[in-house]
Ligand binder design. Structure first.
Ligand code: 5AD
Ligand code: SF4
Length: 471
């Protein structure tokens, strides 16, 4: 039976939700006889899981298809075939256009149709298939569960999508169009998935959603994300919970209190504000002003004083003046982010902002981005440096850069490098921070783990990533 199995190579771009979806696609195709591989040359099926959030991300797809076409050609010479699929947000946004521009593509699969992959794949053998419907049935009801083997291979941390889509319609953003309107999964389905993850050795879960704190799933007793976090904290084996990405308007008192009351919920919060200017926030349709954001941060910090704040910023939104940009710089100084992501505005087809007057010239955007990133970096270094000498708990995830090292995450999400035996992988250990760089910390083991290399007990813990990550 193994001899007839085929190889699947999935390349993921964009956010963590795509990382999660790629895993679910691998699960869906396992039943069709595909095992995943890290080598494209040996793949019978290649799937690109794509991102459409900014133009640069979307264009990567076509250069990648060019590379795959060459590999396919080589394979053909050796008498082997290769099927090429484009999934994710570019697939949803461009559909048929992809096959027109790149006829080598055999299937185009929108994010809401992954449960139909086996059928789409069968049809693709008779000519290109484009599947970008938003079907009535829920893909999560039809996707097979992850195999324990795949979960185990992924290590002690895992993503879990709890919500998809967005109803906010920020004027720059394609998400409401590519991922559709907000849909939350039922609480019981999420708990069942979390239990399976925990059984496979997962100790830290990052809950994902384009608007994760707007979560309102069946069975949440009206408590939204707060109720879900509380229920997940009670799952045996789950010791750390994070969530991303959230909108300031959906940060309710119940959820803020959860940051105070649930030790499993890590003290890190990605809460994008995009701009510090009231005028630009209004033009972006963010539905709140800068003072409301400051007030919200105050309430969050009152509940969890050590919380590490993270955010996203866009520079050069249409009409952004020097004064507007200065408001953003001022907001960044006042909030004191532990880290933040910043981007030049990129006009996206079909979004209201793309049609606005006063598009900001590229050199101005470039200059503003450099100034903002320098400021963010300064804050990040200061945040990291302040941790030197502190004892933090770290979930050791994987081998570090140097032999004999493991790397894990601090409660505030920085990677922490530690000299530690491999036997400690998957454990939560106390470490003392000895030095700090821009993006990571260095530490030594303390307490039981330092002397025995093993742990009988563990403590509360660490922090989580953002929707911006993969490539
Ligand atoms: N241009 C630049 N950045 C964007 N983002 C979303 N849409 C755009 C766009 N059109 C950024 C936002 C969002 C993050 C995921 O990507 O900051 O929070
Ligand atoms: Fe896009 Fe986020 Fe705004 Fe939704 S809330 S439209 S996903 S930026």
């Amino acid at each position: 039976m193994t001899a007839s199995r085929k190889k699947l190579f999935v390349k993921t771009f964009g956010c963590q939700m795509n990382v999660y979806d790629s895993g679910r696609m691998i699960d869906a195709l396992a039943g069709e006889g595909f095992d995943s591989t890290d080598t494209m040359d040996e793949a019978d099926l290649v799937i690109l899981n794509t991102c459409h959030i900014r133009e640069k991300a979307a264009e990567k797809v076509y250069s990648e298809i060019g590379r795959i076409r060459a590999v396919k050609e080589e394979r053909r010479k050796a008498g082997k075939d290769m099927i090429i699929g484009v999934a994710g947000c570019v697939a949803q946004a461009e559909g048929q256009e992809i096959v027109r521009r790149a006829p080598v593509v055999d299937m185009v699969i929108g994010p809401q149709t992954y449960h139909r992959l086996p059928e789409i794949l069968r049809n693709a053998r008779n000519g290109a298939v484009v599947e970008t419907e938003f079907p009535l049935e829920d893909k999560f009801d039809h996707l097979p569960a992850a195999t324990p083997t795949r979960l185990r291979k992924a290590g002690p941390t895992a993503f879990l999508t709890i919500q998809e889509g967005c109803d906010k319609f920020c004027t720059f953003c394609v998400v409401p169009y590519t991922r559709g309107s907000e849909v939350s999964r039922p609480l019981s389905a999420i708990l069942a998935e979390a239990r399976r993850q925990a059984d496979a050795g997962v100790r830290e879960i990052t809950l994902l959603g384009q608007n994760v704190n707007a979560y309102h799933g069946e069975g949440d007793k009206g408590r939204g994300l707060a109720g879900l976090v509380e229920a997940l904290a009670a799952v045996d084996g789950i010791e750390r919970i994070r969530y991303t990405t959230s909108h300031p308007r959906d940060m309710d008192d119940d959820l803020i209190a959860t940051h105070r009351d649930i030790p499993e919920l890590m003290p890190y919060l990605h809460l994008p504000v995009q701009s510090g200017s009231d005028r630009i926030l209004a033009a972006m349709n963010r539905k709140h002003g800068r003072e409301e954001y400051f007030e919200l941060i105050d309430r969050i910090r009152a509940a969890r004083p050590d919380i590490a704040m993270s955010g996203d910023f866009i520079v050069g939104f249409p009409g952004e003046t020097d004064a507007d940009f200065e408001d953003t710089m001022d907001l960044v100084r006042r909030v004191g982010y532990a880290q933040a992501y910043s981007f030049k505005y990129s006009p996206r087809p079909g979004t209201p902002a793309a049609a606005m007057d006063d598009q900001v010239p590229e050199p101005v955007m470039k200059e503003r981005l450099a100034a903002l990133q320098a400021l963010i970096e300064e804050g990040q270094r200061a945040f990291n440096a302040a941790l030197i000498g502190r004892t933090l708990s770290v979930l050791l995830e994987k081998p570090g850069r140097k032999p004999g090292q493991l790397v894990g995450r601090s409660p505030y999400l920085q990677p922490v490098n530690i000299d530690a035996p491999d036997a400690l992988r998957g454990e939560i250990v106390d470490v003392r921070i000895t030095s700090a760089g821009r993006n990571s910390l260095f530490a030594e083991l303390t307490g039981d783990a330092a002397t025995t290399g093993r742990l009988d007990s563990d403590g509360p813990g660490a922090a989580g990533p953002t929707m911006e990550a993969v490539s």
